[in-house]
Design a protein around this ligand. Sequence first.
Ligand SMILES: [Fe+2]
Ligand SMILES: [Fe+2]
Length: 406
Amino acid sequence: MKIGIYGGSFDPVHNGHIAMIKSALKSGFIDCVIIIPSVRNSFKLYSNKLPPPYRYYMMKETVEGLGLKNCYVSDVEYGIEGVSYTAVVLAKLTSDEYIRDFLISNDVKRKKAEEHHEFFWIMGSDTLGSFEAWYKPGEILNYASLLAAARPGDDTDVEKAKASIVKNLGGRVEIFRLNGVECSSSEITGSGDFTEVPEPALKFIRKHALYTENTKLEGVSDEARKSFFEYAVWMYGYLGGKRLLHTLNVGYLSAHLADVFGCDKNKALIAGALHDCAKELPIEEQTELAKRYSGDLFTEKKLLHSPAGAAFAMEQLGIEDREILDAICYHTTGRGDMSVLEKIIYLADKIEPSRDYTDLTPIRAAAEKDLDSAMRMTASSVRDKFVSQGRDIHPMTVLMMKELGM
Ligand SMILES: [Fe+2]
Ligand SMILES: [Fe+2]
């Protein structure tokens, strides 16, 4: 097959990106497109608005929602340590085994997936001029040809850049016509005008309350912000999409609540983001981890992931801050004498933006004003649920409720 590869931040994906994909597919040079939302882009390390998993799943839902045929979204960059330079990404993606398995997992017939493939790196004509300054451009051209989009009127510069690349580096450069709107992600987020964001992406953005004041992370240290991004990538290896986005949403909301109720915003972001990190580990592993953090305090299967998460974060990420670890450990049950941070994580877990198990409007409103009142409302709905399911309420939860005056 002739495979186009289109990398970008997609922060957020917009109609200009979609036009690029559609025009490339129509150009006749390629049969399909693999889209790669960046993880640690060399140009924008940690400066993206959103951590990688949001941008990956937003792109997946967009491709699916728009019904784009022969388009596949790749997570290849999650397996690369350090900066995901194009040359490094292409080395991995274009290897026979990797590309075969990737195509098969995207429902491409095995026979086709095992063919010899030709690769084309799709890019805007505006970046063609600077291509020679990229990291190992000669190596990039060994893996793929360049497929550059030209708008009507772009011709002179594009031809000049093409001639220079061919002369200096060899390789193949093809030009295709781009039809469609011109827009930029930073202009969209800067202006707040999301008109050029396709509907499925918009739905995703609304569901998770992205590109809002809360996701700007103002007042969060560079170090905590960087950790948040890195932990998001790390958790991608352990959690499915829905749970990963949930746990990250809790990070954002906890950071906001830390502002409202005056506690450490950096700790709230990290504790919130990691609170469910162990939830999809095999139950035996959860049991062992939980024991290492809190002995026999938790025995019920559903509760194990909380202390296990604290141990997992401690052992795998080297987090030693007890306040963060305890907030993770007690996020499901609560306990007596809870810190503000622990209450925030407990609460944010139940009401983050994508939660819709019941009408959360009153609790969300309370959470902007009175922490204990929001806690009481949450705990009371948890109690109702337990009673209706005939489950015992953990003694620590009983203690928490008592202290809240319930
Ligand atoms: Fe949980
Ligand atoms: Fe959770």
